[in-house]
Write a protein that binds this ligand. Sequence first.
Ligand code: FAD
Ligand code: UDP
Length: 363
Amino acid sequence: MKYDYLIVGAGFAGSVMAERLATQLDKKVLIVEKRPHIGGNAYDEYDEHGILVHRYGPHIFHTNSKKVFDYLSQFTEWIPYEHKVLAKLDGKLYPIPINRITLNKLYNLEFQTDKDVEEFYKKVKEKRYPIKNSEDIIVNQVGTDLFEKFFKHYTKKQWNLEPKELSASVCGRIPVRTNDDCRYFTDKYQFMPKDGYTKMFERILSHKNIEVVLNTDYKKITNDIKFNKLIYTGPIDYFFDYEFGKLPYRSIRFEYRNFDMEYYQTTAQVNYVNHSEEYTRVVEHKYLSGQRAKDTTVSFEYPQSDGEPFYPIPTEKNRQIYLKYSNQAKNLQNVQFVGRLAEYQYYNMDQVIANTLKKSEEI
Ligand code: FAD
Ligand code: UDP
Protein backbone atom coordinates (compact mmCIF):
# COMPACT_ATOMS: atom_id res chain seq x y z
CA MET A 1 0.00 0.00 0.00
CA LYS A 2 1.31 3.42 -0.91
CA TYR A 3 -0.01 6.56 0.78
CA ASP A 4 -0.13 10.06 -0.64
CA TYR A 5 0.48 11.47 2.81
CA LEU A 6 1.94 10.28 6.07
CA ILE A 7 0.68 12.46 8.93
CA VAL A 8 2.44 12.41 12.29
CA GLY A 9 0.03 13.08 15.17
CA ALA A 10 -3.74 12.67 15.54
CA GLY A 11 -4.47 15.95 17.35
CA PHE A 12 -6.31 18.87 15.73
CA ALA A 13 -3.54 19.69 13.25
CA GLY A 14 -3.10 16.10 12.04
CA SER A 15 -6.77 15.14 12.05
CA VAL A 16 -8.10 18.26 10.33
CA MET A 17 -5.36 17.99 7.70
CA ALA A 18 -6.20 14.31 7.11
CA GLU A 19 -9.90 15.10 6.74
CA ARG A 20 -9.23 17.88 4.21
CA LEU A 21 -6.80 15.80 2.16
CA ALA A 22 -9.17 12.84 2.08
CA THR A 23 -12.43 14.64 1.39
CA GLN A 24 -11.29 17.58 -0.75
CA LEU A 25 -8.37 16.11 -2.67
CA ASP A 26 -9.18 12.39 -2.55
CA LYS A 27 -5.74 11.63 -1.09
CA LYS A 28 -4.87 8.44 0.77
CA VAL A 29 -3.61 9.23 4.24
CA LEU A 30 -1.93 7.30 7.02
CA ILE A 31 -1.87 8.93 10.45
CA VAL A 32 0.69 7.68 12.95
CA GLU A 33 0.09 8.59 16.57
CA LYS A 34 2.43 7.68 19.40
CA ARG A 35 -0.21 7.83 22.13
CA PRO A 36 -2.90 5.14 22.53
CA HIS A 37 -5.72 7.44 21.37
CA ILE A 38 -6.75 10.09 18.84
CA GLY A 39 -7.52 13.73 19.73
CA GLY A 40 -4.09 14.87 20.93
CA ASN A 41 -4.36 17.04 24.02
CA ALA A 42 -8.08 17.54 23.52
CA TYR A 43 -8.73 13.84 24.24
CA ASP A 44 -11.54 13.13 26.70
CA GLU A 45 -12.94 9.89 28.09
CA TYR A 46 -15.20 8.54 30.82
CA ASP A 47 -13.22 7.73 33.96
CA GLU A 48 -13.82 4.69 36.20
CA HIS A 49 -16.60 6.62 37.98
CA GLY A 50 -18.47 7.32 34.76
CA ILE A 51 -17.54 11.00 34.66
CA LEU A 52 -16.39 12.52 31.36
CA VAL A 53 -12.93 13.97 31.98
CA HIS A 54 -10.47 15.91 29.85
CA ARG A 55 -7.28 13.88 30.22
CA TYR A 56 -4.91 16.74 29.42
CA GLY A 57 -6.50 19.69 31.17
CA PRO A 58 -9.71 21.61 30.50
CA HIS A 59 -10.32 22.28 26.80
CA ILE A 60 -12.83 25.03 26.17
CA PHE A 61 -13.69 25.76 22.59
CA HIS A 62 -13.86 29.49 21.94
CA THR A 63 -13.35 31.41 18.72
CA ASN A 64 -14.34 34.50 16.78
CA SER A 65 -13.89 32.64 13.52
CA LYS A 66 -17.14 31.63 11.83
CA LYS A 67 -15.09 29.54 9.43
CA VAL A 68 -13.59 27.43 12.23
CA PHE A 69 -16.92 27.11 14.01
CA ASP A 70 -18.74 26.04 10.81
CA TYR A 71 -15.98 23.60 9.95
CA LEU A 72 -16.19 21.77 13.29
CA SER A 73 -19.98 21.91 13.28
CA GLN A 74 -19.93 19.29 10.51
CA PHE A 75 -18.66 16.80 13.07
CA THR A 76 -20.47 17.68 16.27
CA GLU A 77 -23.51 19.23 17.84
CA TRP A 78 -22.75 21.75 20.54
CA ILE A 79 -23.68 22.65 24.09
CA PRO A 80 -23.45 26.36 24.92
CA TYR A 81 -20.77 26.80 27.57
CA GLU A 82 -19.11 29.90 28.99
CA HIS A 83 -16.09 29.22 31.14
CA LYS A 84 -15.88 30.93 34.53
CA VAL A 85 -12.76 30.91 36.66
CA LEU A 86 -12.17 32.00 40.25
CA ALA A 87 -8.76 32.80 41.69
CA LYS A 88 -8.11 31.57 45.22
CA LEU A 89 -5.97 34.13 47.04
CA ASP A 90 -5.27 33.87 50.77
CA GLY A 91 -8.29 31.59 51.19
CA LYS A 92 -10.77 33.83 49.38
CA LEU A 93 -12.24 33.51 45.88
CA TYR A 94 -12.17 36.33 43.31
CA PRO A 95 -13.23 36.51 39.67
CA ILE A 96 -10.32 36.23 37.23
CA PRO A 97 -9.78 38.01 34.78
CA ILE A 98 -9.64 40.89 37.24
CA ASN A 99 -12.85 42.91 36.95
CA ARG A 100 -14.94 45.32 39.01
CA ILE A 101 -16.19 42.59 41.34
CA THR A 102 -12.61 41.44 41.97
CA LEU A 103 -11.54 44.94 43.00
CA ASN A 104 -14.58 45.66 45.17
CA LYS A 105 -14.12 42.41 47.08
CA LEU A 106 -10.35 42.62 47.38
CA TYR A 107 -10.06 46.23 48.49
CA ASN A 108 -13.49 46.61 50.07
CA LEU A 109 -14.59 49.23 47.55
CA GLU A 110 -17.92 50.09 46.00
CA PHE A 111 -17.12 50.86 42.39
CA GLN A 112 -20.34 51.06 40.37
CA THR A 113 -19.21 51.96 36.85
CA ASP A 114 -16.51 51.18 34.32
CA LYS A 115 -15.35 54.74 34.75
CA ASP A 116 -14.72 54.21 38.50
CA VAL A 117 -12.52 51.26 37.65
CA GLU A 118 -10.69 53.06 34.85
CA GLU A 119 -9.84 55.85 37.28
CA PHE A 120 -8.56 53.29 39.76
CA TYR A 121 -6.31 51.57 37.19
CA LYS A 122 -5.00 54.99 36.14
CA LYS A 123 -3.88 55.60 39.71
CA VAL A 124 -2.24 52.23 40.37
CA LYS A 125 -0.72 51.27 37.02
CA GLU A 126 2.98 51.78 36.38
CA LYS A 127 3.97 52.89 32.94
CA ARG A 128 6.22 50.35 31.25
CA TYR A 129 7.51 51.16 27.80
CA PRO A 130 8.30 49.31 25.69
CA ILE A 131 6.32 46.27 26.89
CA LYS A 132 8.98 43.60 26.83
CA ASN A 133 7.66 40.77 28.98
CA SER A 134 4.81 39.27 30.99
CA GLU A 135 5.50 41.45 34.01
CA ASP A 136 5.45 44.68 31.97
CA ILE A 137 2.17 43.91 30.30
CA ILE A 138 0.28 43.41 33.58
CA VAL A 139 1.99 46.07 35.72
CA ASN A 140 1.42 48.55 32.90
CA GLN A 141 -2.33 47.94 33.19
CA VAL A 142 -2.99 47.31 36.90
CA GLY A 143 0.19 48.06 38.89
CA THR A 144 2.34 45.93 41.17
CA ASP A 145 -0.08 44.89 43.90
CA LEU A 146 -2.58 43.16 41.58
CA PHE A 147 0.29 41.75 39.53
CA GLU A 148 1.90 40.22 42.62
CA LYS A 149 -1.37 38.88 43.95
CA PHE A 150 -2.82 37.28 40.80
CA PHE A 151 0.04 36.72 38.33
CA LYS A 152 3.48 36.49 39.91
CA HIS A 153 3.23 33.22 41.81
CA TYR A 154 0.82 31.42 39.47
CA THR A 155 3.16 32.20 36.58
CA LYS A 156 6.25 31.05 38.50
CA LYS A 157 4.52 27.77 39.35
CA GLN A 158 3.25 27.22 35.81
CA TRP A 159 6.48 27.98 33.95
CA ASN A 160 9.20 27.85 36.60
CA LEU A 161 10.19 31.28 35.28
CA GLU A 162 9.57 34.78 36.54
CA PRO A 163 6.98 36.70 34.49
CA LYS A 164 9.74 39.07 33.38
CA GLU A 165 11.51 36.14 31.72
CA LEU A 166 8.47 35.28 29.60
CA SER A 167 7.16 36.93 26.45
CA ALA A 168 4.38 39.48 27.05
CA SER A 169 2.06 37.23 25.06
CA VAL A 170 1.83 34.75 27.97
CA CYS A 171 0.20 36.87 30.70
CA GLY A 172 -1.17 39.04 27.90
CA ARG A 173 -3.63 36.20 27.21
CA ILE A 174 -5.54 37.36 30.28
CA PRO A 175 -7.51 40.58 29.82
CA VAL A 176 -8.06 43.22 32.49
CA ARG A 177 -11.66 44.37 32.79
CA THR A 178 -13.44 47.46 34.01
CA ASN A 179 -16.91 45.88 33.93
CA ASP A 180 -18.40 42.96 35.87
CA ASP A 181 -18.09 40.34 33.12
CA CYS A 182 -16.95 37.16 34.89
CA ARG A 183 -16.48 35.02 31.78
CA TYR A 184 -12.96 33.80 31.06
CA PHE A 185 -13.42 34.35 27.31
CA THR A 186 -15.46 36.87 25.36
CA ASP A 187 -15.32 35.23 21.91
CA LYS A 188 -18.41 35.13 19.75
CA TYR A 189 -18.58 31.32 19.66
CA GLN A 190 -18.19 29.50 22.98
CA PHE A 191 -19.34 25.88 23.03
CA MET A 192 -18.48 22.36 24.05
CA PRO A 193 -18.89 19.41 21.68
CA LYS A 194 -22.09 17.68 22.77
CA ASP A 195 -20.68 14.13 22.90
CA GLY A 196 -17.16 15.21 23.85
CA TYR A 197 -13.98 15.85 21.87
CA THR A 198 -13.01 12.24 21.24
CA LYS A 199 -16.35 11.48 19.56
CA MET A 200 -15.87 14.56 17.41
CA PHE A 201 -12.41 13.35 16.36
CA GLU A 202 -13.84 9.91 15.52
CA ARG A 203 -16.20 11.61 13.07
CA ILE A 204 -13.44 13.83 11.61
CA LEU A 205 -11.34 10.75 10.93
CA SER A 206 -14.08 8.46 9.71
CA HIS A 207 -13.30 8.26 6.00
CA LYS A 208 -12.30 5.41 3.72
CA ASN A 209 -9.10 7.21 2.69
CA ILE A 210 -7.88 7.68 6.29
CA GLU A 211 -6.09 5.01 8.26
CA VAL A 212 -4.92 5.58 11.82
CA VAL A 213 -2.15 3.66 13.58
CA LEU A 214 -1.88 4.27 17.34
CA ASN A 215 0.90 3.55 19.85
CA THR A 216 3.57 4.17 17.24
CA ASP A 217 6.38 6.68 16.97
CA TYR A 218 6.66 7.63 13.31
CA LYS A 219 10.43 7.16 13.32
CA LYS A 220 9.89 3.44 13.88
CA ILE A 221 7.91 2.98 10.68
CA THR A 222 9.04 5.52 8.09
CA ASN A 223 11.41 3.01 6.47
CA ASP A 224 8.70 0.37 6.14
CA ILE A 225 5.96 2.33 4.44
CA LYS A 226 5.69 4.18 1.16
CA PHE A 227 4.37 7.74 1.05
CA ASN A 228 4.85 10.86 -1.06
CA LYS A 229 4.61 13.64 1.48
CA LEU A 230 4.81 14.11 5.20
CA ILE A 231 2.76 16.35 7.49
CA TYR A 232 4.46 16.65 10.86
CA THR A 233 2.63 17.86 14.00
CA GLY A 234 5.03 16.64 16.73
CA PRO A 235 7.81 18.62 18.43
CA ILE A 236 10.02 20.18 15.76
CA ASP A 237 13.30 19.58 17.63
CA TYR A 238 12.63 15.84 17.76
CA PHE A 239 12.11 15.77 13.99
CA PHE A 240 15.63 17.14 13.48
CA ASP A 241 17.17 14.87 16.14
CA TYR A 242 17.82 17.89 18.39
CA GLU A 243 20.42 19.18 15.92
CA PHE A 244 20.30 22.72 17.38
CA GLY A 245 19.64 21.64 20.95
CA LYS A 246 16.47 20.75 22.82
CA LEU A 247 13.52 23.11 22.74
CA PRO A 248 11.99 23.14 26.20
CA TYR A 249 8.30 22.33 26.54
CA ARG A 250 6.37 22.63 29.80
CA SER A 251 4.44 19.64 31.04
CA ILE A 252 1.84 18.97 33.73
CA ARG A 253 1.11 16.07 36.05
CA PHE A 254 -2.66 15.71 36.44
CA GLU A 255 -3.88 14.25 39.70
CA TYR A 256 -7.48 13.06 39.43
CA ARG A 257 -9.63 12.66 42.53
CA ASN A 258 -13.23 11.57 42.81
CA PHE A 259 -15.33 12.96 45.65
CA ASP A 260 -18.56 11.53 46.98
CA MET A 261 -20.43 14.82 46.74
CA GLU A 262 -22.38 16.46 43.95
CA TYR A 263 -20.00 19.39 43.48
CA TYR A 264 -16.53 20.03 44.91
CA GLN A 265 -16.26 23.73 44.04
CA THR A 266 -18.64 26.42 42.83
CA THR A 267 -17.20 26.80 39.35
CA ALA A 268 -15.37 24.75 36.69
CA GLN A 269 -11.91 26.09 37.45
CA VAL A 270 -10.19 27.56 40.49
CA ASN A 271 -6.72 29.07 40.00
CA TYR A 272 -4.49 28.88 43.08
CA VAL A 273 -2.54 32.10 42.82
CA ASN A 274 -0.55 31.85 46.08
CA HIS A 275 2.74 30.00 46.04
CA SER A 276 1.79 27.92 49.12
CA GLU A 277 -0.14 25.35 47.04
CA GLU A 278 2.07 23.52 44.54
CA TYR A 279 -0.77 23.03 42.05
CA THR A 280 -1.89 25.80 39.73
CA ARG A 281 -5.49 25.00 38.99
CA VAL A 282 -8.24 22.67 40.07
CA VAL A 283 -10.80 21.70 37.47
CA GLU A 284 -14.17 20.10 38.14
CA HIS A 285 -15.00 18.24 34.97
CA LYS A 286 -18.79 17.94 35.32
CA TYR A 287 -19.12 21.68 34.77
CA LEU A 288 -17.45 21.37 31.37
CA SER A 289 -19.87 18.76 30.04
CA GLY A 290 -23.01 19.62 32.01
CA GLN A 291 -23.09 15.99 33.17
CA ARG A 292 -25.18 15.28 36.28
CA ALA A 293 -24.02 12.64 38.78
CA LYS A 294 -24.03 12.22 42.55
CA ASP A 295 -20.23 12.12 42.72
CA THR A 296 -17.67 14.32 41.01
CA THR A 297 -14.17 14.12 39.51
CA VAL A 298 -11.67 16.90 39.95
CA SER A 299 -8.13 17.29 38.58
CA PHE A 300 -5.23 19.08 40.24
CA GLU A 301 -2.53 20.39 37.90
CA TYR A 302 1.12 20.16 38.95
CA PRO A 303 3.38 21.79 36.35
CA GLN A 304 6.70 20.05 35.63
CA SER A 305 9.46 20.06 33.06
CA ASP A 306 9.46 16.34 32.24
CA GLY A 307 6.64 14.44 30.58
CA GLU A 308 4.36 14.94 27.60
CA PRO A 309 5.21 18.27 25.92
CA PHE A 310 2.14 20.48 26.46
CA TYR A 311 3.32 24.08 26.24
CA PRO A 312 6.03 25.71 24.14
CA ILE A 313 7.84 28.15 26.46
CA PRO A 314 7.74 31.64 24.93
CA THR A 315 11.13 33.19 25.79
CA GLU A 316 13.51 35.04 23.49
CA LYS A 317 16.17 32.34 23.86
CA ASN A 318 13.73 29.61 22.82
CA ARG A 319 12.50 31.67 19.88
CA GLN A 320 16.07 31.87 18.61
CA ILE A 321 16.45 28.09 18.81
CA TYR A 322 13.09 27.60 17.13
CA LEU A 323 14.10 29.90 14.25
CA LYS A 324 17.06 27.65 13.51
CA TYR A 325 14.72 24.69 13.22
CA SER A 326 12.12 26.52 11.17
CA ASN A 327 14.81 27.67 8.72
CA GLN A 328 15.90 24.09 8.35
CA ALA A 329 12.26 23.08 7.87
CA LYS A 330 11.85 25.51 4.97
CA ASN A 331 14.47 23.57 3.00
CA LEU A 332 12.38 20.41 3.02
CA GLN A 333 10.13 20.29 -0.04
CA ASN A 334 7.98 17.35 0.98
CA VAL A 335 7.44 18.00 4.66
CA GLN A 336 5.01 20.47 6.22
CA PHE A 337 5.15 21.44 9.89
CA VAL A 338 1.76 22.26 11.39
CA GLY A 339 0.42 22.77 14.93
CA ARG A 340 1.40 23.86 18.41
CA LEU A 341 4.44 21.58 18.85
CA ALA A 342 5.72 21.72 15.27
CA GLU A 343 5.46 25.52 15.07
CA TYR A 344 6.45 26.02 18.72
CA GLN A 345 3.61 28.48 19.21
CA TYR A 346 1.27 28.84 22.19
CA TYR A 347 -1.81 28.26 20.01
CA ASN A 348 -5.38 27.64 21.12
CA MET A 349 -7.41 24.97 19.34
CA ASP A 350 -9.17 27.42 17.03
CA GLN A 351 -5.85 28.90 15.89
CA VAL A 352 -4.51 25.44 15.05
CA ILE A 353 -7.68 24.60 13.12
CA ALA A 354 -7.62 27.91 11.23
CA ASN A 355 -3.95 27.48 10.29
CA THR A 356 -4.46 23.88 9.25
CA LEU A 357 -7.43 24.75 7.06
CA LYS A 358 -5.38 27.49 5.44
CA LYS A 359 -2.41 25.20 4.82
CA SER A 360 -4.68 22.53 3.38
CA GLU A 361 -6.13 25.08 0.96
CA GLU A 362 -2.61 25.91 -0.25
CA ILE A 363 -1.90 22.30 -1.19
P1 FAD B 1 -1.44 18.08 19.84
O1 FAD B 1 -2.83 18.02 20.34
O2 FAD B 1 -0.33 18.08 20.84
O3 FAD B 1 -1.23 16.85 18.83
C1 FAD B 1 0.03 16.41 18.39
C2 FAD B 1 0.01 14.89 18.39
O4 FAD B 1 1.22 14.40 17.83
C3 FAD B 1 -0.08 14.32 19.80
O5 FAD B 1 -1.22 13.50 19.92
C4 FAD B 1 1.22 13.55 19.97
O6 FAD B 1 1.08 12.39 20.76
C5 FAD B 1 1.57 13.23 18.52
N1 FAD B 1 3.01 12.99 18.34
C6 FAD B 1 4.04 13.74 18.80
N2 FAD B 1 5.23 13.20 18.46
C7 FAD B 1 4.94 12.07 17.76
C8 FAD B 1 5.75 11.06 17.15
N3 FAD B 1 7.09 11.11 17.22
N4 FAD B 1 5.13 10.04 16.50
C9 FAD B 1 3.76 9.97 16.46
N5 FAD B 1 2.96 10.89 17.04
C10 FAD B 1 3.53 11.94 17.67
N6 FAD B 1 -6.96 25.33 23.56
C11 FAD B 1 -8.17 25.94 23.52
O7 FAD B 1 -8.58 26.43 22.47
N7 FAD B 1 -8.95 26.02 24.66
C12 FAD B 1 -8.55 25.49 25.85
O8 FAD B 1 -9.28 25.59 26.85
C13 FAD B 1 -7.28 24.84 25.91
N8 FAD B 1 -6.84 24.32 27.09
C14 FAD B 1 -5.63 23.68 27.11
C15 FAD B 1 -5.19 23.13 28.32
C16 FAD B 1 -3.98 22.46 28.39
C17 FAD B 1 -3.52 21.88 29.70
C18 FAD B 1 -3.18 22.35 27.22
C19 FAD B 1 -1.86 21.62 27.26
C20 FAD B 1 -3.60 22.91 26.03
C21 FAD B 1 -4.82 23.58 25.95
N9 FAD B 1 -5.28 24.12 24.76
C22 FAD B 1 -6.50 24.77 24.72
C23 FAD B 1 -4.46 24.08 23.52
C24 FAD B 1 -4.81 22.86 22.65
O9 FAD B 1 -4.55 21.68 23.37
C25 FAD B 1 -3.94 22.91 21.40
O10 FAD B 1 -4.10 24.13 20.71
C26 FAD B 1 -4.24 21.78 20.41
O11 FAD B 1 -4.49 20.57 21.04
C27 FAD B 1 -3.07 21.66 19.49
O12 FAD B 1 -3.29 20.67 18.53
P2 FAD B 1 -2.05 20.03 17.77
O13 FAD B 1 -2.61 19.03 16.83
O14 FAD B 1 -1.18 21.09 17.25
O15 FAD B 1 -1.19 19.34 18.92
N1 UDP C 1 -2.04 33.55 34.65
C1 UDP C 1 -1.82 33.94 35.96
N2 UDP C 1 -2.85 33.87 36.85
C2 UDP C 1 -4.07 33.40 36.52
C3 UDP C 1 -4.30 32.99 35.20
C4 UDP C 1 -3.26 33.07 34.28
O1 UDP C 1 -0.72 34.34 36.30
O2 UDP C 1 -4.96 33.34 37.39
C5 UDP C 1 -0.93 33.64 33.67
C6 UDP C 1 -0.03 32.40 33.73
O3 UDP C 1 1.28 32.77 33.40
C7 UDP C 1 -0.66 31.52 32.65
C8 UDP C 1 -0.98 32.58 31.59
O4 UDP C 1 -1.42 33.72 32.36
O5 UDP C 1 0.23 30.55 32.19
C9 UDP C 1 -2.02 32.18 30.58
O6 UDP C 1 -3.18 31.74 31.26
P1 UDP C 1 -4.23 30.75 30.56
O7 UDP C 1 -5.35 30.55 31.51
O8 UDP C 1 -4.54 31.26 29.21
O9 UDP C 1 -3.35 29.42 30.45
P2 UDP C 1 -3.62 28.00 29.79
O10 UDP C 1 -5.11 27.73 29.85
O11 UDP C 1 -3.10 28.08 28.40
O12 UDP C 1 -2.83 27.08 30.65
